[in-house]
Design a protein around this ligand. Structure first.
Ligand SMILES: *[C@@H]1O[C@H](CO)[C@@H](O)[C@H](O)[C@H]1NC(C)=O
Ligand SMILES: *[C@@H]1O[C@H](CO)[C@@H](O)[C@H](O)[C@H]1NC(C)=O
Ligand SMILES: *[C@@H]1O[C@H](CO)[C@@H](O)[C@H](O)[C@H]1NC(C)=O
Ligand SMILES: *[C@@H]1O[C@H](CO)[C@@H](O)[C@H](O)[C@H]1NC(C)=O
Ligand SMILES: *[C@@H]1O[C@H](CO)[C@@H](O)[C@H](O)[C@H]1NC(C)=O
Ligand SMILES: *[C@@H]1O[C@H](CO)[C@@H](O)[C@H](O)[C@H]1NC(C)=O
Ligand SMILES: *[C@@H]1O[C@H](CO)[C@@H](O)[C@H](O)[C@H]1NC(C)=O
Ligand SMILES: *[C@@H]1O[C@H](CO)[C@@H](O)[C@H](O)[C@H]1NC(C)=O
Ligand SMILES: *[C@@H]1O[C@H](CO)[C@@H](O)[C@H](O)[C@H]1NC(C)=O
Ligand SMILES: *[C@@H]1O[C@H](CO)[C@@H](O)[C@H](O)[C@H]1NC(C)=O
Length: 398
């Protein structure tokens, strides 16, 4: 009798917990945080008294309730994205045109955090043994020497996107593009195209691709060198987070994040986040997926050759770099499709973290709740039987 009661009590609690898990899983974290996003090209440039510059500076203002997140995308030298977070809703941008000698976010006292990501070089190597172990590199393609397209024709002020493509007219890149497809966001969500990274209003995304290069070797593979720049007093590392769910990016169960935190502190202030996967066709499909790996960040003595970096970081910034190498042993070489795309998210604060997808929550709900429901039904049945037996005057046999 008391055993059956305890059993039914446990099952009721179990069912309640189970319902709670399912509901909280489906509801997510409620209303998502929003920012008001506006784009402007070459802020403060007065074309009536200056020739147009030979590069473009895109400024994205993402206004929050009490703060502003500024993003800059610049094509002077190596292409770069800069993020500046201020604790004011009135912070604005001052650029010293046309020389681009300085870029300030004012008032300077409102600036809480700044970090830039720069795309510096593309490394190509001949993978003679088909092991995808990067070695014996050919001379790199230096992105600072590329000729970058005009942002004016690609900025979409409504969708908050812009496309920057570069060519190196002197080499096998002549017919070719290294492109950066930039997107800023007002709220949480994910792009439909794989890898469908989860973004928030505190991040922007760059999808980069390398299209149409004539390989310089028979079995060419590529690596991309990235550098990050922040104020002195910050340190960075690459963390890997693993999941049991690959619904949003099929076959990928982890995410890599290059995070920056103040010295002597573990609080993450900014990040670059990506899934270790690249695609060998413009429309990402599972059969064209190829893994990628990153090297550990190494400190670099010189800031990268980007006009945005030299204009903004004037007080001993710290620079570090990594290489992302694409493909693995036995995967098709670059020449098979002459295309490679990879996606990275850049933002402030802690990187977004995938929660379980509705499908997985559904499976868990069915898997967890069905046995519990059976136990409850069984318990109720046993209780009723017992009561009936007692009413009929039978004594339980000990
Ligand atoms: C641009 O420069 C011209 C000439 O110096 C000046 O008359 C004009 O007011 C300026 N426009 C703005 C928006 O600053
Ligand atoms: C903004 O600041 C006000 C007052 O300083 C505070 O009450 C409010 O909670 C803040 N809002 C957010 C979203 O931080
Ligand atoms: C913004 O941050 C600075 C320090 O970085 C602080 O002195 C100032 O009071 C802050 N302003 C607001 C509105 O929180
Ligand atoms: C390729 O394999 C051969 C034989 O195993 C070895 O001698 C050679 O060093 C390898 N080359 C590279 C670039 O790994
Ligand atoms: C940008 O494009 C618009 C329309 O396409 C044009 O009116 C404007 O002059 C262009 N601005 C620059 C700086 O090229
Ligand atoms: C974005 O930043 C704001 C302001 O710092 C913060 O209140 C909010 O929680 C952040 N949202 C996410 C998703 O990180
Ligand atoms: C180069 O461009 C021409 C015309 O724009 C195109 O037909 C050709 O396929 C391109 N070649 C490569 C290697 O992309
Ligand atoms: C590519 O392979 C062919 C045949 O194996 C060879 O003759 C040629 O020299 C190789 N080219 C390069 C750039 O390695
Ligand atoms: C970090 O801690 C060390 C030793 O505790 C100290 O010497 C150093 O100044 C600290 N650095 C910062 C940026 O606080
Ligand atoms: C990237 O790889 C190349 C080739 O091995 C190397 O020279 C360069 O130093 C690497 N860069 C970083 C930041 O590790």
């Amino acid at each position: 009798m008391s055993g059956a009661k305890a059993l039914s009590l446990i099952s009721v609690i179990g069912v309640l917990l189970c319902i709670l898990v399912c509901v909280s899983g489906f509801m997510g974290n409620g209303v998502s945080f929003r920012r008001k996003v506006t784009l402007e090209l070459n802020p403060g440039l007065n074309l009536s008294n200056a020739a147009p510059p030979e590069f473009d500076l895109l400024h994205v203002r993402a206004l929050g309730d009490n703060d502003t997140l500024h993003f800059f995308l610049c094509s002077k030298g190596a292409p770069a994205v800069l993020l500046v977070h201020t604790n004011s809703t009135e912070s604005s941008v001052q650029v010293d045109w046309p020389t681009f000698g300085s870029l300030r976010v004012v008032p300077e006292s409102s600036v809480q955090y700044s970090r830039a990501l720069v795309f510096t070089r593309l490394w190509e190597y001949d993978d003679v043994n088909n092991t995808a172990e990067p070695q014996d590199f050919l001379p790199p393609y230096d992105l600072k020497d590329f000729i970058w397209s005009d942002l004016n024709s690609t900025v979409d002020y409504t969708l908050h996107t812009a496309l920057l493509c570069g060519k190196d007219s002197s080499s096998s890149f002549s017919n070719v593009s290294f492109c950066l497809d930039f997107s800023a966001y007002e709220s949480e969500g994910r792009e439909e195209a794989w890898p469908s990274l989860l973004h928030s209003a505190n991040s922007s995304q760059l999808r980069v691709w390398l299209e149409g290069v004539t390989p310089r070797a028979n079995q060419s593979r590529f690596s991309l060198e990235l550098q990050t720049v922040s104020e002195a007093g910050f340190q960075d590392r690459v963390d890997v987070q693993r999941f049991i769910d690959d619904e949003y990016t099929p076959s990928i169960f982890q995410v890599s994040q290059w995070v920056s935190s103040p010295m002597n502190s573990s609080s993450v202030r900014g990040f670059a986040q990506w899934k270790p996967i690249a695609y060998r066709k413009p429309v990402p499909m599972l059969e064209d997926a190829t893994p990628c790996r990153n090297s550990q960040p190494i400190p670099l003595a010189q800031p990268p050759p980007s006009g945005l970096i030299s204009a903004y970081f004037t007080h001993n910034p710290v620079t570090s770099g990594i290489n992302i190498s694409f493909s693995m042993a036995e995967d098709p070489f670059y020449g098979s499709t002459k295309f490679l795309s990879w996606t990275v998210l850049i933002g402030m604060g802690a990187p977004p973290s995938d929660s379980f997808s509705p499908l997985v929550i559904g499976i868990m709900a069915v898997g967890l709740c069905t046995p519990l429901a059976l136990i409850v039904v069984g318990g109720v049945y046993v209780c009723i039987r017992k009561r009936k037996d007692q009413q009929l005057g039978y004594q339980p046999i000990n």
